[in-house]
Design a protein around this ligand. Structure first.
Ligand SMILES: *[C@@H]1O[C@H](CO)[C@@H](O)[C@H](O)[C@H]1NC(C)=O
Ligand SMILES: *[C@@H]1O[C@H](CO)[C@@H](O)[C@H](O)[C@H]1NC(C)=O
Ligand SMILES: *[C@@H]1O[C@H](CO)[C@@H](O)[C@H](O)[C@H]1NC(C)=O
Ligand SMILES: *[C@@H]1O[C@H](CO)[C@@H](O)[C@H](O)[C@H]1NC(C)=O
Ligand SMILES: *[C@@H]1O[C@H](CO)[C@@H](O)[C@H](O)[C@H]1NC(C)=O
Ligand SMILES: *[C@@H]1O[C@H](CO)[C@@H](O)[C@H](O)[C@H]1NC(C)=O
Ligand SMILES: *[C@@H]1O[C@H](CO)[C@@H](O)[C@H](O)[C@H]1NC(C)=O
Length: 378
């Protein structure tokens, strides 16, 4: 029994009903992605604070020829992440497959039983060899009906092999937040039956694209009062509740919070409001995204004060034609508190590598992840 409250109802035929509530400490998950170092997000494994998270999901390995594919360099990084368990024995380390921008061998691997068996064999080999606690599947996205079914078949085969193996490794899935994608991609009751938990990618609700050439929040907690139709559903609150309504147990749901920012170039430096016309990605960071460290340094250098939008519980900052949606201690507090108060299974953070891991902002490392950790572990 891992959640919240035990209520003892003492009923008696004459007297009214008394209820005594005993508060049991909650143990929500803090599931942190850690992405392999690259030029922009260059966190080295030895600099990870292994006490901030309950689970670290090392991202991303891929699937090649129906098997686990990971470079020797990245194997060494995984090994160093696993070594964080020496300092925090409760920490769980999972290897995550897939990621954004490609389907990374999922469609071919899931399509028949023998391909899936090949994959599962190589997963079990990797778990053994790297001393992992589990795997996470981040297929973006199984977006047609046959792939939707194949994902369930894969999870069934994995669950069966976990049942039959001595090591009960953890099985998790990273899933989309937008409700249209949820309906197309996931058989929610089946997933609920087969996984230990899901990580809802409740971010990227807005970013610059030619179809949406205006500024918006990466991860609004709630809708704005001016939102209509589909736009009303594009926020953390709506999509989290949607997953529960579709059949996911609340205690298996980790709600994702981004630490990275989305950047825009405004059409006019005189129109800087939330929803203002934009013509492209911003200059800070790269490819329209930036780490919290980069945004923080930018604000410091230019002496900028962010504007907090009370409806979405999110800040933005603007300078000339640059416009940035990001997260700070204020937004993190609201969002983490929402997840905690509503008794979800936990929070997911994407990612440790985009937090201010060097402490360039306030001299404190991982400031955004630390806020979550403090709220979840009191
Ligand atoms: C793919 O896997 C099969 C069976 O596991 C193997 O025979 C084949 O050589 C592999 N192909 C490549 C390109 O690695
Ligand atoms: C679904 O997508 C896969 C590629 O990911 C494709 O091979 C398959 O034909 C599609 N199935 C349907 C029913 O559209
Ligand atoms: C499974 O699919 C692969 C192609 O990915 C094919 O080579 C193989 O023959 C199929 N196996 C079965 C049993 O259908
Ligand atoms: C795995 O084991 C659980 C409980 O022991 C059982 O309910 C479930 O049906 C099994 N699943 C598979 C796919 O074997
Ligand atoms: C949160 O979502 C629920 C369900 O969609 C809705 O009833 C509620 O009004 C939302 N809360 C806020 C503050 O928007
Ligand atoms: C912005 O406003 C200033 C002062 O009102 C004006 O001089 C300038 O032309 C405007 N710039 C643009 C790009 O609209
Ligand atoms: C911020 O705006 C000022 C004034 O428009 C400009 O001089 C400066 O280059 C901008 N900084 C960046 C990093 O874009």
């Amino acid at each position: 029994m891992d959640n919240s409250t035990i209520a003892l109802i003492l009923a008696c035929s004459i007297l009214p009903i008394y209820s005594i509530t005993i508060q049991v400490p909650k143990h929500p998950r803090i599931v942190c992605y850690y992405t392999f170092p690259n030029q922009q997000y260059n966190l080295q494994p030895e600099n990870i604070d292994g006490n901030l998270c309950t689970h670290i999901l090392v991202a991303f390995a891929t699937i090649l020829n129906n098997s686990v594919s990971i470079s020797q360099e990245n194997v060494e990084i995984v090994t160093k992440v696993v070594q964080l368990k020496l300092l925090n024995p409760d920490l769980k380390v999972l290897l995550s497959f897939g990621g954004g921008g490609d389907e990374y061998g999922f469609p071919e691997m899931v399509r028949n039983e023998s391909n899936r068996a090949t994959f599962i064999k190589s997963v079990e080999f990797a778990i053994e060899k790297l001393n992992l606690d589990g795997i996470d599947l981040d297929w973006e996205f199984p977006s047609n009906s046959s792939n939707k079914g194949h994902l369930v078949e894969l999870l069934e085969d994995l669950r069966q092999s976990i049942n039959n193996s001595a090591k009960k490794y953890i099985l998790s899935v990273a899933v989309a937040a937008p409700i249209t994608l949820v309906d197309v991609s996931y058989d929610v009751p089946a997933i609920n039956r087969l996984v230990d938990f899901i990580n809802v990618m409740s971010y990227d609700y807005n970013f610059f694209s030619l179809l949406t050439p205006w500024t918006g929040m990466n991860a609004p907690l709630y809708a704005r009062s001016i939102d209509i139709f589909y736009f009303k559903t594009q926020n953390i609150n709506y999509t989290s509740i949607f997953w529960i309504k579709k059949g996911m147990d609340k205690n298996k749901v980790n709600i994702g919070l981004p630490v990275y920012a989305h950047t825009y170039t405004l059409r006019s430096p005189n129109k800087t409001f939330l929803g203002a016309p934009a013509i492209g990605n911003g200059k800070i960071g790269g490819g329209g995204s930036a780490s919290y460290g980069e945004v923080c340094k930018f604000m410091k250098d230019e002496k900028l004060t962010p504007i907090f939008d009370d409806e979405t519980k999110s800040p933005y900052v603007t300078n000339g034609s640059e416009w940035i949606s990001f997260e700070n201690d204020e937004s993190m507090k609201f969002k983490a508190q929402y997840i905690y108060n509503n008794d979800f299974g936990g929070v997911m953070v994407f990612s440790l590598s985009s937090d201010d891991y060097n402490g360039d902002c306030y001299g404190e490392t991982f400031p955004n992840t630390k806020i979550i950790s403090r709220i979840f572990r009191r």
